[in-house]
Design a protein around this ligand. Structure first.
Ligand code: GDP
Ligand code: IMO
Ligand code: MG
Length: 444
């Protein structure tokens, strides 16, 4: 009999995405580090070294930018996927930092041969574009992320696999440089500074060659063999190129859907999504932010929460928790379980405001407006909840949290109709509560 009637039993191994539900910096690094011990692989699918993921344990602070946070778990494997953009110099410096901290990545870190490269001219163009925007600047991380993705989409990008073939690399780069120089001369009156660029990149190629492989095959075979994969999102839902507060966004799909093209893993493989949110909201860079706090509150929260960029050191703008954003993030990402981080930052807060809806021109709206002009005119509708005025770090069970803290979490969970599967009460690995019986607990 021919094979058309053959029944194939689909085995679904654990493949869970961790995504930022807000504007980035939600604490994804800490959450991924916590979960990574229960997964065989951790994989980054989008963005580049614009990300800064902080992990703290045993008194040591690590900031991962491109390398997945799961690398800090000995024996676990990590993948930098085809959907990322890679600055090889930054990658080597990150590798050096890990080595200095005694983290050996040999044989367990894999870089996709299909990932696109970031060049110094991407950084220059990033800065020049920001300068040209003047007051309307996005506030990018100046890492060249946007221009590198532009080149990828314009089909003139140069990829990791090209870097490993000297002849091809020279030829491609020289062709691209001719084009870039023409643009630079026309726009800025001078060509780009590119002396020594080819040699510098070829030298660095020698340092990353051993990491480069077809990660798409590695991950698919791993899943076929029943190994588990944690997809580490970077940035956040509201910075997503298609669904975020465009144009004040990053240049990739930060939402869970990005994991499929970003790693070459079919969407049907994904078995769950974890959305990470702070107990409040922060944003770095420009763009509308409906629940932004008034100056004094923001200063206090910024100081208590140490809200300064992990990569750029920029002060983060602070605001109240926005449930319209969380509902939007739940819909876009298919969030099964939310993680609430930084609950401890509210330990001394007398009253907490929480945004349950938006008003626009006096009318109540429940949906996220598509344009930043409307979003900038939104008036948030707030509920005020009492604070708890007690320390929460060190608490291991939900039932031991002060009642107003539990009420705050229950309020969020009820409003977004989703479980809270983890609560973080400090930056360290062990300042974490996982309610028993949650979906998230089942993934550990
Ligand atoms: P990511 O980009 O989402 O990984 O987040 P970042 O690492 O950029 O920023 C989160 C910051 O909050 C880092 O400095 C973390 O160490 C810190 N952090 C994470 N969870 C908690 C928490 O529950 N309480 C406190 N106080 N800090 C936390
Ligand atoms: P993690 O993974 C917070 C922001 C920048 C800027 C916009 C565009 O640590 O959460 P880009 O350099 O990407 O072109 O900048 O996106 N941004 C982030 N904000 N966390 C991040 O990453 C971010 N990555 C980019 O501040 O507003
Ligand atoms: Mg960050």
């Amino acid at each position: 009999m021919c094979g058309v009637l053959r029944v194939t039993q689909k085995t679904r191994t654990k493949a869970v995405a961790v995504i930022g539900a807000q504007w980035g910096d939600e604490g994804k690094g800490k959450v991924v580090d916590y979960l990574a011990s229960s997964f065989d692989y951790t994989a980054r699918y989008a963005g580049g070294h614009n990300a800064g993921h902080t992990v703290i344990f045993n008194g040591h602070r690590y900031v991962l930018q491109l390398i997945p946070s799961g690398i800090l778990r000995p024996e676990k494997k990590a993948v930098i996927g085809p959907g990322t953009v890679v600055d090889p110099l930054a990658l080597v410096s990150e590798l050096d930092n890990l080595k200095e901290s005694g983290i050996d990545v040999q044989g367990r870190l894999f870089l996709s041969n299909r990932a696109h490269l970031i060049f110094p001219y991407h950084r220059e163009m990033d800065k020049a574009a920001e300068a040209a925007r003047g007051a309307a600047k996005i506030g990018t991380t100046s890492r060249g992320i946007g221009p590198a993705y532009e080149d990828k989409m314009a089909r003139r990008g140069i990829r990791v696999c090209d870097l490993l073939d000297e002849g091809r690399f020279r030829e491609r780069l020289e062709r691209v440089l001719t084009e870039k120089n023409a643009i630079s001369s026309a726009a800025y009156g001078h060509p780009l500074e590119t002396r020594g660029l080819v040699e510098e990149y070829l030298e660095i190629a020698g340092r990353i060659r051993d990491l480069v492989t077809d990660t798409t095959i590695i991950l698919n075979q791993a899943l076929d063999n029943g190994e588990s994969v944690l997809f580490e999102g970077a940035q956040g839902t509201m910075l997503d190129i298609d669904h975020g507060t465009y144009p004040y966004v990053t240049s990739s799909n930060a939402t869970s859907g990005g994991a499929s093209p970003g790693l070459g893993v079919a969407p049907t493989r994904l078995s769950g999504v974890i959305g990470v949110t702070k107990a409040y909201t922060t944003r770095v860079g420009s763009g509308p932010f409906p629940t932004e706090m008034v100056d004094l509150d923001a200063q206090e929260v910024r100081a208590r929460g140490n809200e300064f960029g992990a990569v750029t050191g920029r002060p983060r703008r602070c605001g109240w928790l926005d449930l319209v954003v969380l509902r939007y993030a739940k819909m876009l990402n298919g969030v099964d379980s939310f993680v609430v981080t930084k609950l401890d930052v509210f330990d001394s807060q007398p009253e907490i405001q929480i945004c349950t809806g938006y008003r626009y021109k006096g009318r109540s709206i429940k949906e996220m407006p598509p344009d930043v002009e409307t979003l900038a005119q939104i008036e948030p509708e707030y509920e005020t909840l009492p604070g708890w005025r007690k320390p929460t770090p060190g608490i291991r069970e939900i039932k031991d949290l002060p009642t107003p803290a539990r009420d705050y979490l229950n309020f969020i969970s009820d409003e977004v109709q989703t479980e809270i599967g983890m609560v973080s009460t400090g930056p360290e690995r062990d300042a974490t509560i996982v309610p028993r019986g949650s979906q998230l607990a089942a993934w550990l």
